[in-house]
Structure formats: C-alpha cells, structure tokens
Design a protein around this ligand. Structure first.
Ligand code: MLT
Ligand code: MN
Ligand code: ZN
Length: 305
C-alpha cells in the first residue's frame, strides 16, 4: 500500500521563521496562537513502510529523520531507510538537505529533471560539492508524464508533469523557463491502483494536470498563501504569491475553487507559508477550508493512500 509521510509541511523558512515576527510567527512563539510549528517542505513515500523515497530534501532533514524512526531501521552500523531522493525543483527549501546526507556510505540515488540537475551543478552546485563526499548517482526523469520507476521502491510507478513556473533566482536560466524547472509528481501503487498527486508549487491547475489529478486519490497541493498580497498584508515583504508560482487559496480564482471539481479526492494542503492564516487552527480561514473539504497537512502526518 502506498504510504505517505509528511516530513515537513511548511514553506521556505518554516514556521516560525527565524527572523520573522509576523502575527503568526510571534503568536506561535508566545503560545498565544493555537498553531503548530512546521519544518520545511518534504514528504517521503513508500510501498511497504520499509523502503522510502524522499521527495525533496529540506534543510530540516536531520530533524525530520529523527522524528520518523522508519527512516533509521538500524540493520547495520551505517544504515538508512532512504533508498533515493527525488526533487521536484531546485529551490533551496527542497534541495539543501542533500548536503546533510553527505555521510551516506554509497552515492545518493538522485531522481530529477535535466533542468534541476543543471541548476544543482551550476547556480547552486550542491551536487558538485557532494562529489567530494558520498557523490550522487543521477537518474534523469522524464517530465512529459511518461511513467518511470525508482530502484528499491518496488511496486510504485512515478510520473512527472512539467509545471508552468520559474527556476530559482540562482538558476542560469531564471528568465528563460524550460519544462522540468518545476514538476508535479504522480505516484501510483501498482497493486491497489491508488495514487497520489504531489505539487507543493502550483500556480494554477493547468489543463494537462486535470486527468492525472482526477485519477489520483490523494491531492497534496500548494498551500503557500491565503491571498496574493499576504506578505504585504502581514508587513513582511512585497513578494506576491502568484509571482512566486503559488496559487493563493482564497477568492474566485483561488485554490479552494480550483479544487472543487475534485469531489472524490482527499485534498490536503502542503508547503504552507508562515504568514498564512490557515496555520491557526481556530481561524475563520481554516473553517472555510474545512467547509470545502480541504485539510491542512502537518509535520508527521501519515496517510495510507
Ligand atoms: C518558493 O517556494 O517559492 C521558494 O521556496 C521561496 C523561497 O524559499 O525563497
Ligand atoms: Mn518553497
Ligand atoms: Zn512569519
């Protein structure tokens, strides 16, 4: 059975963010808000609870592994339940954790697009750096929906769909988008036929995603911001949600409405920015989500698909 563990449900910076005193971050620190801390964006998937594929490697990976004993089965002096790492983009919050895995006793089995590989060997050369430690064994993944497999993750089929978005600021092709800069990932259990669609960065539900999402049982999608101008409203910046490639939840064109056609799917938001009011358990915005049948993921959430 396809098992999903949410390792980190927060967006870049986590919750609370180290330098942030927005109402959410300060309210969490003082204990005045009914909210939980969250580490940065990553999930793990497994066909059996023993062999895990890390999907994104967050800067908080050390803490995430410590919190999830299945990733340390203890069969040898040096051991891990992580059989490979798949990256959906080359953003800092999804890739920096690779450096924390450098003590591995074999090259890391790394699955990512050609574009992500390029960024991680140039603008943010973590893969070049890892060559001086465990090294990586890169598997290029197709980004046109063609299914592929991951060695050691028996019984799960994967497919990646290119998303319209942008590469990170340090990418050599930041201003020149290519398919594969960002992907949505579909995972299907071959035995049960049930599947997950995971896309923590989704500027909108593009037409080519609809069939895949319709065939999925669990949609784990972008929960970054509630409104496009949330950072500004909170007084912590001017960056807009949509400009960052994140569809806000509220409003007639927002994620809540976009998810409405997916009536039979379990819908869970992930990659939640620390400014987002849905982090507050008793907020009006959270109640609006609940009414729409949408859940908010948290660190340690486990779902059997
Ligand atoms: C994003 O999701 O847009 C990025 O991770 C933002 C960031 O952390 O700088
Ligand atoms: Mn992010
Ligand atoms: Zn904050």
């Amino acid at each position: 059975m396809l098992k999903v563990r949410v390792l980190g449900s927060g967006a870049g910076g986590g919750f609370p963010q180290w330098n942030c005193n927005c109402d959410n971050c300060s309210g969490l620190r003082t204990g005045d808000l009914d909210a939980r801390a969250r580490t940065q964006s990553s999930i793990a998937v497994s066909p059996n609870g023993r062999d895990w594929l890390l999907v994104n490697a967050s800067p908080d990976i050390r803490q995430q592994v410590l919190a999830f004993p299945a990733l340390q089965p203890g069969r040898a002096k040096r051991d891990t339940g992580i059989r490979g790492v798949l990256l959906i983009d080359s953003q800092i919050d999804h890739t920096t954790g690779l450096l924390m895995l450098r003590e591995h006793n074999a090259p890391l089995e790394l699955y990512c697009s050609r574009m992500v590989y390029q960024d991680l060997t140039t603008g943010f050369p973590v893969l070049r750096m890892l060559d001086h430690y465990c090294g990586v064994n890169w598997h290029e993944i197709p980004v046109d929906g063609e299914p592929f497999e991951v060695a050691g993750i028996e019984g799960l089929r994967f497919s990646a769909l290119a998303l319209t978005s942008k590469a990170p600021p340090y990418s050599p092709h930041r201003e020149d988008p290519h398919p594969g800069d960002n992907i949505g990932l579909a995972v299907r259990d071959e035995q049960t036929g049930r599947g997950l669609f995971y896309a923590p960065g989704l500027a909108g539900i593009e037409p080519h995603l609809e069939p895949v999402m319709t065939k999925s049982d669990l949609l784990l999608v972008d929960g970054t911001c509630w409104t496009d101008d949330e950072m500004e409203l909170r007084g912590v910046g001017t960056r807009r949600s949509l400009a960052m490639g994140h569809l806000p939840q509220s409003g007639p064109d927002g994620m809540i409405e976009a998810l409405r056609p997916f009536a039979h799917q379990r819908k869970v938001l992930i990659h939640i920015n620390n400014t987002n009011p849905i982090l507050v358990e008793d907020s009006a915005q959270r109640r609006q989500l609940v009414a729409a049948g949408i859940e908010v993921s948290y660190d340690g959430m486990e779902i059997d698909v």
